[in-house]
Every structure is written in C-alpha cells, then in structure tokens.
Design a protein around this ligand. Sequence first.
Ligand code: ADP
Ligand code: GLC
Length: 491
Amino acid sequence: MKILMASSEAVPFAKTGGLADAVSALSLSLAKLGHEIAVVMPRFYSVDRLRLNRLEGAMGVPVGDGEVWCAVYKTALPGSTAKNPVTVYFIDHEIFFGREGIYGTPSEPDFLDNPRRFAFFSRAVFQLCRKISWYPDILHAHDWPSALVPVFLKYGERRGGFAHTKSVLTIHNLGYQGIYSKDNFPFLSLPWNIFYEAGFEDWNMMNFLKAGINSADKLNTVSPHYAEETKTQAHGFRLDTVLRYRSGDYLGILNGIDTDLWNPAHDLTIPKPYDVKDMSGKAQAKEALQKEFGLPIEPNIPLIGMISRLTEQKGVGELFGPGYGSAYSFCKNMKLQFVILGSGETWCEHEIMSLSSRLPNFAAKVGYNESLSHLIEAGSDFFLMPSRYEPCGLNQMYSLTYGTLPIVRRTGGLADTVENYNQDTGSGTGFMFDDLSPSAIYNTVGWAIWAYYNRKQHIEDMQTRGMKTDFSWKKSAGTYAAMYESLTKEH
Ligand code: ADP
Ligand code: GLC
C-alpha cells in the first residue's frame, strides 16, 4: 500500500515530544513490512536546506481566494534503507515556517497565525501528491496540525488521483485541539456550510481536531487504555461525545519504540553499552550521570530520573508546586538522588532551578538535550512519570528497555505498559499509584526506595523483566497496516 504521513513533527528533523518519535518509527516499521511510505512536514528553520534536495519548480497551494506559492524539498528518512525507503518531503514557505519555533516561542507560545500556517500545510499535502504524481491509498494525519487533511479530502479533494484515497487521523494528545477564531475559516477555501457540516463549530470558534475527527475515515489514539478514557467526560477534553459517536471507527493502538535508537546494547551516547547479561555499563552510566549533574558519585544510592515537558499534563504541579509539591519533601526526607531534564512552563523551570540550589540531592537542567536524555534513561535506577493524563508515553518504555524502573500514575498508556510491583511475589515492572496528589507521589517514591534498599532481588528481577519485554513497533505497525487494509477493502 501507498501511505503518506502528514505531520508537523518527525525525528530527527523537528520534535517537541513523542509525536516526532512515533511518526518516524511507525513509518520505518511500515516500510519494513513492505509498504510504500512517505512523510510530509513543514520545513522549519531548524532543518538545514543545504542537506535536502530541492524539487524543481514552485508549487501553488490554493488558500483563501488565491494561491500561495512554496518550494518543496526532500530527503531520505534516516534509518530507512534502499530496500525499504522512506522519503520525507518538506513544504518550504518563508513567511509561514521561516522562524524559530514549531508552534511558538517562549514569548509567543501559540503563534497568532497557526491556523493559517497549518491550514496551508494541510492543503499543500494534496498539491505535493499532484506535483510528484504519487497518489497514496491512505493519507495518515497526526494531531490537530494536520487534522485538516481528512477534512480537505472529504470535502473537495476526493477526486482524480485521490478518488479512492482514504484517511486516518491519529490522536496523540487530545489536550491540544487547535481552537481558533472562525475569522480564519475563509482561508481554508471551503464554503461556510462545511463549517457546520464538518463539525468545525465549537462555541463559535473553529476547532481543527474536532473537524478532523468528524471527517477521517478511521481514527485511533496511541494506547487502548487512553482510547477508553477519551470517551469519558473526565478525560475527553469536551470531545468525548464526538469520540463516542465515532467509536465504531476509533481504535487504541499502542505506540512502540524505535529499538535502533533506544537500545542499551547499541547505544553509543552512553559510556558503555549493556544488556541483561552484563549490566556493568549501567553502573558506569549512573556514575557519568551523577558527574554530569554535579551530584556526589555514589553507586549505592537510588537515583530517580525524569525527562519531561514541564506542563500540567505531566503532573508537575503536584511534584514541584511551590509550597505543596512532593519533590521537595521526598528529597529532604529520603536517602535518594533526583535528576530532571525538562523545559516548559516558566514557573516550573524557575522552581526546579531553585530546588536545585537548595537541595544537595536534587539537580535540574532546563533545556532540550537528546543525548543527555539517553544518559538519564541509562544511568537512573527509577524513572518518574506522575502524569495527569498520558495518551501513550514513550519514556516509560525507554526506561523499561534500559533496566530503569518506572514510577508512574496508572493512566492511559502507562497503565498498558507498566505492571505494578507485588512485594509478596516480586512480580511487576514498576511502581504505580492512582490518585494524582503530592502524597500519592511521595508514598510511591517511598515504596520504590524501600524496595531498592530492602528487596534487591526483586529490583533485579523487575529490571530483567522490563529489559526483556518487546516494545518494538513491529506488532503495532501490523495493526496499523490491518486498519489501512480494512479501509481499502471498503472501496
Ligand atoms: P510527550 O510526547 O507527551 O512529551 P512522550 O513520553 O511520548 O511524551 O515523549 C516525550 C519524548 O520527548 C521522549 O522521547 C523524551 O525523551 C523527549 N523529551 C522531552 N523533553 C525532553 C528534553 N528536555 N530533552 C530531551 N528530550 C526530551
Ligand atoms: C503525545 C502524548 C504521549 C505520546 C506521544 C506519541 O505527545 O502526550 O503520551 O506518547 O504523543 O504518540
């Protein structure tokens, strides 16, 4: 089958979170299954044009009541091979994408022209296929920035080469929907009746994701547990009704991880690769991590790591909220070390730096650092993810693969991938809690630290179990392929 992934992010080109990892790894796995895969994304400033090949001629994209012209570049997705190639196409437009930031900058977190930037991008997807005379069986959109792709397909583009094309929309995070003033609607070049028919209307605003959910031929989110949660009022971000309405076409498919990039046995970014048979590399990584963060080098003190976007979704209020967050208390009262790498909300960046200067066993780095994130996964004993909600979560799977035991809230994909420790039998792969409260986090961290000091064998068994679990994309890529096939058969 021919599949075109339309996404605002894909590693290694542009990434703010797991969406980028998921899109590239899924594409590579589908290619390995023998499908013809291409990815299309905007050419952000961070992507160096000199490393790409330019397609000849300019490309006109119909938006508003005219046309906007852009260039197209392409390159091979790193990790793909001549036998199973994945081509990435870049839509290059200086005014829309020639700036720092993917969706915004710290001073302007959501660019004012985002509705136009991503409407333009989604329309450009169709022009790209015409330009290269390559018409996919499936157009696969991801999250709100490309949610208009299924809308454009259903309301106007399903003709010519696209006559039999079907669309899939994957929801990686329901918390971001792309809700903007409906004054932007004319830019989509769709008649006003479609505003209502496609379900853009949202309290007199325009909701990209809602229209995408209504228009896509099939929908999915990134774990079975989250699929169920999103159909409830508590987790549906006001779209639970729409998702329940579409539940016959809505699946939960667990993300995998790219085991070429995230594999302790082949990881060149850590001091010494390791596996279950020889864990000495993990001890070396711990030492390097303590050094990197300026903590006392102590092999026998439990080290908790965390890598996160610092946003409410990740439970940072309950962890770092000044005056009530649990991190201060568990660092003060327990014999442990804590390292965190993250960026996001300003109050939280300030708070972790402040804790860093006040507590001798707490160290933080604000920023984004890919290779340091590998060292944290490898060098930590535990990995903390107290998420308020988590569609899938990749870090807990990276942790398990690196023999680092997750301490997580039982929600979304965390509930699907971590098995709670049973201290009587020693079974499980991590430590779980249900309530999102500072005391629940405190107590569960305490439980893990207790096990570290008092149940050494259990800890080792849990590490081995996690490291032996197969989190690769293979199985899930097959499930996506089956979903595509069910659609093409419909025709
Ligand atoms: P989300 O997509 O909600 O942020 P995931 O767990 O699915 O959560 O994916 C997060 C990804 O982003 C992981 O690959 C993680 O290592 C990475 N990441 C997040 N923050 C940082 C950071 N500050 N530096 C390096 N990598 C980060
Ligand atoms: C989102 C979710 C995260 C998921 C990732 C990849 O950013 O927050 O849970 O793992 O997308 O699907």
